[in-house]
Structures are given as structure tokens and as C-alpha cells.
Design a protein around this ligand. Structure first.
Ligand SMILES: [Fe+2]
Ligand SMILES: [Fe+2]
Length: 253
């Protein structure tokens, strides 16, 4: 059995400090095996925001993996965004934008869906580069079969059921098919600041289905009608179940 706390869209420095402090205390007091962070650690990719995010991660007593979100690359310095978009991330959060965690029961693989964009304006919805998907599928082929396979990415692969016209990551549906075929059973993502789940109908080779689980924003004050939230996922006997935890303004419940 493995327990994973899935948190997303922290957005330092625009955070609710009480929610953030209480979340940190809670994650440490009742530790999961792994904390998975699906991007947008910062608001504007400023160094001081990365330092605050890093301090949060350093205070975690649980192993963690994180992928960047669209807010973790600079929107202001075009040349930096085009030529070295993840330099700040790599310097202050992790040398990896696509981390891999594996043990005897789970394999968690990061997929970087952040588009550096060109001069066009619509780059915040993300994309799955063909090269990134192929790299991920290659990594999956090399890993031992058996452990429960999880992919974490910032951008949503599917729209919320009640808002089907929500933009999702480019090539998401195609990627879900390939990931299901490669034995992935759970995709964790964020970005929308709205939590929901969706069972992907395309069945994998063993006839099982792939669960797409979205986390809301754990600590940001930029909420889209939802409370701050995160998901606790329990993986056991080849299946995942989850509980959404919400911040009610005074405590996590
Ligand atoms: Fe976000
Ligand atoms: Fe985002």
C-alpha cells in the first residue's frame, strides 16, 4: 500500500499563509509515502517566489516530486522564456522537470506540459510535445512491470465534466490513449484550480481504466469558486482511491 498526497498550484507569493502553514504541518504530521506537486509553485517565476516555494519543500519531511506549471516560467523576459524557460526551476526547485520516483509498489513519472510559447499569446494552456511523450513512453517501457503507474503533469488532460468546453492540454486525448496502453492507471494534474476526477473510457490492454484526478489549488488565494484543496490518494492491490481535503478557512478537513 502506498499513500500519496497530491498538491497543486501553490502560487507563492500569492498564498493564504494560514492554509499553507497548516498544510505543511498536516503533511508532516500524517506523512504519506510521497508528496506529488503538479506545478505552479510560483505566481510569476520571481526568484523570491521560488525561494519561498523551496522553503516549503525543504520543510517537508516526506519525499516529493514536482513538475513545473506555466506560472513557473517567466512571462516578462521573452528571451529567457524562449531560450532557457526552466533555468530558474532547475536552479531553485529541482534539476529535473520530469522527475521519476519508483519503489516496489508505485512508479511516478513527471511529464512537462509547459509550453514556452512563441510570440503568440495562447501559451498558458500547455502542450504535450511529441518528444516528451515519446521520452515518457520509453521510460515506461524500461521500468519493471507490476508497480502501479502514475503520471503527473501540470495541465489537465480532460475538462471538468460540468464544463466540457474548458481548454485542455494539446494532444491530451492522444496521450491518454498511449499512457493507458503503457499501463498507466492514474494521471494527476492541476492548473484549473478546480478539483474533479474523470475515468478515461479508453481501456488499456488489460481492460482496466485510467483515472484522471485533478487537484484544486492547495494554497493560492486565486480560487475559482472552490476552497483550497488537495487530494490524498491510496494505492492498494492495483487500484487507487482518493479523498479530497479542503481548507475551511480555519482548518483542513
Ligand atoms: Fe495555477
Ligand atoms: Fe497553471
Amino acid at each position: 500500500m502506498r499513500i500519496i498526497d497530491h498538491i497543486s498550484d501553490l502560487h507563492f507569493s500569492r498564498i493564504d499563509h494560514r492554509a499553507s502553514d497548516a498544510l505543511l504541518a498536516r503533511l508532516n504530521a500524517d506523512p504519506a509515502h510521497l508528496v506529488v506537486i503538479s506545478g505552479d509553485l510560483t505566481m510569476r517565476a520571481r526568484p523570491r517566489e521560488f525561494r519561498a516555494a523551496r522553503a516549503f519543500l525543504d520543510a517537508l519531511t516526506v519525499p516529493w516530486v514536482a513538475v513545473p506549471g506555466n506560472h513557473d516560467i517567466t512571462a516578462y523576459y521573452l528571451w529567457e522564456r524562449l531560450l532557457n524557460p526552466f533555468g530558474r526551476w532547475e536552479a531553485m526547485i529541482s534539476p529535473e522537470t520530469e522527475p521519476v520516483y519508483e519503489d516496489e509498489e508505485i512508479q511516478v513519472l513527471g511529464l512537462n506540459t509547459v509550453s514556452r510559447g512563441g510570440l503568440h499569446l495562447n501559451w498558458e494552456n500547455g502542450t504535450i510535445p511529441r518528444s516528451g511523450l515519446l521520452r515518457l513512453l520509453r521510460r515506461l517501457r524500461r521500468l519493471p512491470e507490476g508497480p502501479f503507474r502514475i503520471v503527473v503533469a501540470h495541465h489537465p488532460f480532460l475538462a471538468p465534466p460540468e464544463r466540457p468546453d474548458t481548454p485542455v492540454v494539446k494532444r491530451g486525448e492522444r496521450a491518454l490513449r498511449d499512457l493507458a496502453q503503457a499501463g498507466v492507471r492514474l494521471v494527476l494534474s492541476g492548473h484549473l484550480h478546480v478539483g474533479f476526477h474523470n475515468l478515461h473510457a479508453v481501456t488499456a490492454k488489460d481492460g482496466d481504466s485510467l483515472l484522471v484526478l485533478q487537484a484544486g489549488s492547495a494554497t493560492s488565494t486565486r480560487l475559482r469558486g472552490e476552497q483550497n484543496a488537495y487530494n490524498r490518494v491510496v494505492v492498494e492491490n492495483g487500484r487507487a482511491r482518493w479523498t479530497a481535503h479542503h481548507w475551511d478557512g480555519a482548518a483542513w478537513s
